[in-house]
Design a protein around this ligand. Structure first.
Ligand code: FAD
Length: 276
């Protein structure tokens, strides 16, 4: 197997303090030599400038960075403008998503699915960008069926994606089952597991409900049982997520993408424990 590819995801900070904190986080995580850092993109383009600013700051530090870009609620002209800006700044790696409409928005814009965005990027910019797309081992919450979701993923790959990053999950079997199904459909791109360190139960439960990621009952019950005991939540979270990562790598996952939540601690501890 090739060397596993590791990457770290940030969200664009909103305040000068957040920007400072992210710099410190990045300095620490850069020592782990990830393949790239990625920076999320707010629903409906709400963080467009901050996403780009963060990516450019990372690039100036000599580190590889990829902006996320979502298309729902956008026009073709608007997306093309953003792609041209990325190109002008020498950005060659992008995470292409549909995104979710901010609540209250009714205009879906000119793209309905990420597949259309990938097609558009290829049409307009050829092979300039390495395109990552999202994958859902536990299936996207809006998918009509598990099988259709995989077929939609296949179309997105065929539209020109180079690799995929998954939604986070805590059940390794869901990932391997999804990867096998993709392989059986002839898909050969790397599908890199997205890893969410566990540090805060309430926040994790809220995210998981929204994105359709399952917290297995035994994990949920343990976390609930710790109540406000943050140290126990963190210790259990580190053990559980490290074990998940170890199994994923041992059984052939092509790398790991960490949802860092702009914190270096949990990701670097898991990294050290994995002996990477
Ligand atoms: P799609 O691949 O378009 O899929 C969305 C749904 O539509 C699925 O249910 C799929 O089965 C269905 N579908 C797809 N094609 C068709 C078709 N042709 N006909 C009918 N149904 C179809 N969100 C953000 O706003 N900003 C971010 O930065 C961000 N980063 C993310 C990074 C990763 C790694 C992941 C996994 C998710 C990220 N998200 C982000 C969340 C993502 O935008 C949402 O999960 C969104 O609901 C779906 O985006 P998608 O690109 O997977 O959509």
């Amino acid at each position: 197997m090739r060397d596993p590819a590791f990457s770290f995801e940030f969200f664009p900070p909103k305040t000068p303090q957040g920007t400072e904190k992210l710099r410190a986080t990045r300095q620490q995580l850069a020592q782990l030599r990830p393949k790239f850092f990625s920076v999320t993109y707010g629903a409906g383009g709400s963080t467009q400038d901050r996403t780009l600013d963060t990516v450019l700051e990372i690039q100036r530090e000599g580190l590889p960075a990829a902006p996320h870009l979502s298309c729902i609620g956008s026009t073709r002209e608007g997306i093309l403008e953003i792609l041209e800006r990325f190109r002008a700044h020498g950005i060659r790696h992008i995470v292409a998503l549909r995104g979710d409409l901010p609540s209250g928005t009714v205009d879906v814009g000119e793209f309905r699915f990420a597949q259309e965005l990938v097609t558009f990027i290829r049409e307009r910019t050829g092979d300039w960008f390495h395109i990552e797309v999202a994958a859902y081992p536990e299936f996207h919450p809006q998918a009509r069926s598990a099988h259709e979701d995989v077929l939609h993923f296949k179309r997105k790959v065929e539209a020109g994606a180079n690799s995929a990053i998954t939604q986070y999950f805590f059940n390794a079997d869901a990932y391997f089952n999804f990867a096998e199904e993709c392989e059986a459909l002839g898909l050969t791109i790397p599908i890199v597991p997205g890893i969410m360190p566990i540090t805060n139960f309430m926040q994790l439960a809220r995210f998981s409900d929204a994105c359709g990621a399952e917290i297995p009952r035994w994990i949920r019950r343990k976390l609930e049982g710790f109540g406000d005991d943050v140290a126990s939540i963190r210790a259990f979270g580190l053990d559980t997520v490290t074990a998940l990562c170890a199994r994923l790598l041992e059984q052939g996952a092509p790398g790991l993408h960490f949802y860092t939540m702009n914190q270096a601690g949990p990701t670097s501890t898991i990294w050290a424990r994995l002996g990477l």
